[in-house]
Design a protein around this ligand. Structure first.
Ligand code: PLP
Length: 354
């Protein structure tokens, strides 16, 4: 490690993103991107004239984008903050709501970036194990006094908790913040957004990366009471006031306004997911019940690491986590039907050779 590194930086736990290869053409089913292009309306909104305004700073208040998001969810702009991906929003939330005297709790098997952010802010998290079957028992969190972070649906399992369960957490202690990370909610789970007016301790974080085909646009947002949003803005204006660039502000607003395209894409992903689950089960896989744009599956014939490596050698990228409890599994993004047919053909071939 560099001798120039601060003690604080030495204690970091950087996140390892899924591979983004530039060398070969892979069928890329490893980072939960959409297989579909962005909304055609977005391409129309990103004009040459907008490009020519890049000499000017972007709107630090993200007013047009926040209004579009608020309008979509029937909220007020005061209930919205936008960010450079929801990873940035999550960082604002960890800084705003966790620290001295305010702990943070999340599941043992969940989105890996929480661990990185907790290290960034020098927090000591309370890790609460999921049940044996990977379901989350909200009763395990009832007495926790600090901030709770729940990915719903969870990553990498794809499993969801009900809105009622989150409501019980919110009511059990109105003095703690419950952060619900809904990165995958549009693929079939119950959103907590309708509870925002009722619970001022609820922060819902969403992203345009998965269900609105904008992973490369880096647009995420949080929805919550004006007090919570104000706290996040306090952190934002201490870190990066112009956090969303001009082109992404336009792209995000166009994406949230194109409801028909959004519905069409989410519907296609759910249809493809259903097909993939049945094909994998026919091949002897155990597939966790997924409410996301990926499935988490294990084979009775081949380990997760081996399957990942063999698929990669054959041009297909999936995600494998070398971690306790989930080593046997691979996470497969729901791609286009053409991509999934190739995947299933390749897996069948690999299993026949064993
Ligand atoms: C992908 C993902 C995010 C972050 O996505 P951004 O691209 O930063 O908006 C947040 N939470 C979970 C659980 C995710 O899977």
């Amino acid at each position: 490690m560099s001798r120039f590194l601060s003690k604080e930086a030495a204690r970091l736990a950087p996140y390892t993103p899924g591979e983004q290869p530039t060398d070969a053409q892979y069928i890329k089913l490893n980072t939960n991107e959409s297989p579909f292009p962005p909304s055609p309306k977005l391409m129309k909104a990103m004009t040459r004239a907008e490009g020519l305004k890049l000499n000017l700073y972007s709107d630090p208040t993200c007013s047009h984008l926040n209004e579009a998001i608020a309008c979509h969810f029937e909220l007020q702009p005061e209930n919205v903050i936008s960010g450079n991906g929801s990873d940035e929003i999550l960082a604002f939330a960890f800084r705003a709501f966790c620290g001295e005297g305010k702990g943070v709790a999340y599941a043992d098997v969940t989105y890996g970036f929480y661990k990185a952010q907790v290290a960034l802010f020098g927090l000591e998290p309370t890790i609460i194990p999921l049940r044996e079957d990977f379901t989350l028992n909200v009763d395990d969190y009832m007495d926790f006094p600090g901030t709770i972070v729940i990915a719903n649906p969870n990553a990498p399992t794809g499993m969801a908790v009900s809105r009622m369960d989150i409501q019980r957490l919110l009511e059990a202690n109105p003095d703690r913040v419950v952060i619900v990370d809904e990165a995958y909610v549009d693929f079939g789970a119950e959103s907590c957004v309708p509870m925002i007016y009722r619970y001022d301790n609820l922060l819902v974080v969403q992203t345009m990366s998965k269900s609105r085909q904008l992973a490369g646009g880096r647009v995420g947002y949080a929805l919550g009471s004006p007090e919570l949003i104000g706290a996040l803005n306090r952190v934002k204006y201490s870190f990066n006031p112009y956090n969303v660039n001009r082109l992404s502000l336009i792209a995000g607003a166009a994406a949230v306004e194109d409801e028909a395209y959004f519905q069409q894409c989410c519907g296609a992903i759910q249809g493809n997911r259903k097909w993939l689950v049945s094909e994998l089960e026919a091949l002897g896989f155990t597939v966790l019940p997924s409410y996301a744009n990926f499935v988490f599956a294990k084979s009775d014939q081949i380990g997760g690491g081996d399957l990942y490596r063999l698929l990669k050698e054959n041009g297909i990228l999936v995600r494998w986590f070398d971690a306790d409890r989930i080593r046997d599994y691979v996470r497969i993004t729901i791609g286009s039907m053409e991509q999934l047919v190739e995947l299933v053909d390749e897996i069948s071939r690999l299993l026949e050779d064993m």
